[in-house]
Ligand binder design. Structure first.
Ligand code: DLZ
Length: 212
């Protein structure tokens, strides 16, 4: 019998004109890689173009709120006509390069045009950003402090910026819980939560355009 948890009835949202950022931590790489791939899978399934997905990484989950905030501001600056290059450079320099970067923030000075209809490339501010991390509880209070700080930090960033931030932080008591939630468990009963995060980014990104 199906469980009660999950996204519920699937609605289809068009991601073809959305620009989506992904910031992922590098701690617990095996989980992160699978979750990242899951997010990319559902973004692409919803029509988000590869050239409109920007991926960056940071060392650990604690860095996620700051990185999301800077990434959004950099994309906003890029989309405005003045001072974009300097801000963009300094913001991206502060972020570590992803082990699996597909692309970096484009430095095209025509960014103020927003979506380039001819190419389908969106150079406007991000419509949504997915923050991906995996915290595994240890024997000290470290886990509790980071989980609390990151949860509140990500909420603050989305309310302060108006850019939807998808909460892709797994707070795990065991490694096995992580494998299940990344769809990597030996029994094959798990589910890759990254797929849900990609779908949530498209839904919130599309709705945000309507909400203004
Ligand atoms: C230090 C640390 C520890 C112990 N565990 C994790 C973890 O399970 N997941 C994670 O994403 N990051 C961890 N970190 C690193 C912190 O998030 C952070 O990168 C460092 O404390 C530096 O600010």
């Amino acid at each position: 019998m199906a469980g009660i948890k999950g996204l519920g009835t699937a609605h289809t949202y068009d991601g073809s004109n959305l620009r989506v950022g992904i910031i992922h931590a590098r701690w617990n790489t095996k989980l992160i890689d699978a979750l990242l791939q899951g997010s990319l899978k559902s973004l692409k399934a919803a029509g988000v173009r590869e050239e409109n997905i920007v991926i960056q990484s940071v060392p650990g989950s604690y860095e996620l709120p700051y990185a999301v905030q800077r990434m959004f501001v950099a994309s906003q600056s890029q989309a405005s006509s003045s001072g974009a290059a300097g801000l963009l450079t300094s913001a991206t320099d502060l972020l570590s390069q992803s082990t699996g970067d597909l692309m970096s923030l484009p430095k095209d000075s025509s960014a103020s045009k927003g979506t380039d209809a001819a190419e389908g490339k969106n150079t406007g501010p991000f419509d949504a950003i997915i923050a991906i991390g995996a915290l595994i509880k240890g024997s000290t209070m470290h886990f509790e402090y980071i989980a609390d700080a990151v949860s509140h930090g990500l909420m603050k960033v989305q309310l302060d910026t108006g850019c939807p931030v998808i909460f892709g932080l797994l707070t795990l008591l065991t490694e096995e819980q992580g494998l299940e939630r990344a769809g990597l468990d030996a029994a094959g009963k798990g589910h890759n939560h990254g797929e849900d995060w990609g779908a949530a980014a498209v839904e919130l990104g599309a709705k945000r355009k309507g909400w203004g």
